[in-house]
Design a protein around this ligand. Structure first.
Ligand code: DGL
Length: 277
């Protein structure tokens, strides 16, 4: 398939976090074309209002549609919590009725039943995701007997966006927020990393959770859910081109993005700057 007819799957995040989802897509569905868009210039989204997160997310989705993506994954919990429903119910029917936008919360919630053994679950996320109550609502629908405690971690995304994720200063914040969560329910046996940036702190996180606690990283489950979606929707699968390519776009500096993204993805990447409006 030539470049001009490429119709990649779009993957969007406020910054680098969505790379933890993308790397799983690239590993398990390498035949597809992908475009990654990070709105690094305006990250973090986690403390922004519903209106602003929705506006920024819709701008990004529209741009990915313009680039030819028939399907966009919001690889961001904050955007999934605050913008997905409005985009699906209000924007798509008018603007792009054949296109689809999917989030990361539903696939994560569906996985919880198979991960927790005692039904005591904790979730960590951005302030926006936690305050939206999205996980509480979705888990309540699928697994009403699960006891869920949550905590938001205001410094974790800035630590990643500023490449401080492996520095000694990160330990203080990671430990503090994990301790707070575990104090709320010492029986917690599963912690959902409900922000796609958090797996980039996994080395620090693993140091401060008891050994029996499982850390649920979303990439595997979101990737499984996307493959299943494409299997159930052959009409969409046919529209997604399969050339095995991946292009990267950022709203911040190209150099900065490629430096960090290459570390997170363990390979050199080429990135282009764009503006969103
Ligand atoms: N990676 C994002 C999430 O999953 C967004 C974090 C942020 O921009 O605050 O929520």
């Amino acid at each position: 398939m030539s470049n001009s007819t490429k119709t990649p799957i779009g993957v969007f995040d406020s910054g680098y976090g969505g790379l933890t989802i993308l790397r799983q897509f690239l590993a398990s569905m390498p035949e597809y074309d992908f475009i990654y868009l990070g709105d690094n210039a305006r990250a973090p989204y986690g403390t922004r209002s519903f209106e602003v997160v929705y506006e920024f997310t819709w701008q990004a989705v529209r741009r990915l549609f313009e680039m030819g993506c028939p399907l966009v994954i919001l690889a961001c919990n904050t955007a999934s919590a605050k913008a997905l429903r409005s985009i699906q119910q209000i924007n798509l029917p008018h603007t792009a009725p054949e296109n689809r936008v999917l989030g990361v919360i539903r696939p994560t919630v569906e996985a919880i039943g198979e991960v927790t053994r005692n039904g005591h679950v904790g979730i960590l996320g951005t302030e926006g995701t936690i305050r939206s109550g999205s996980y509480v609502i979705e888990i309540g629908k699928l697994f009403p007997s699960i006891s869920l405690q949550s905590e938001f971690c205001p410094m974790w995304v800035p630590l990643v966006e500023n490449r401080e994720f492996d520095q000694p200063g990160a330990d203080y914040f990671v430990r503090k927020d994990l301790d707070r969560l575990l104090q709320k329910d010492p029986l917690i046996d599963t912690i959902i990393l409900g922000c796609t940036h958090y797996p980039l702190l996994i080395n620090k996180i693993s140091q401060y959770v008891p050994e029996h606690v499982r850390l649920l990283e979303q990439g595997e489950y979101v990737s499984r859910s996307l493959a299943d979606y494409l299997h159930r929707h052959p009409e969409m699968d046919k529209r997604c081109s399969k050339g095995g390519t991946c292009s990267f776009f950022t709203t911040e500096s190209e150099e900065k993005f490629s430096d960090s993204a290459s570390v997170f993805l363990h390979e050199e990447i080429h990135v282009q700057h764009i503006t969103l409006e």
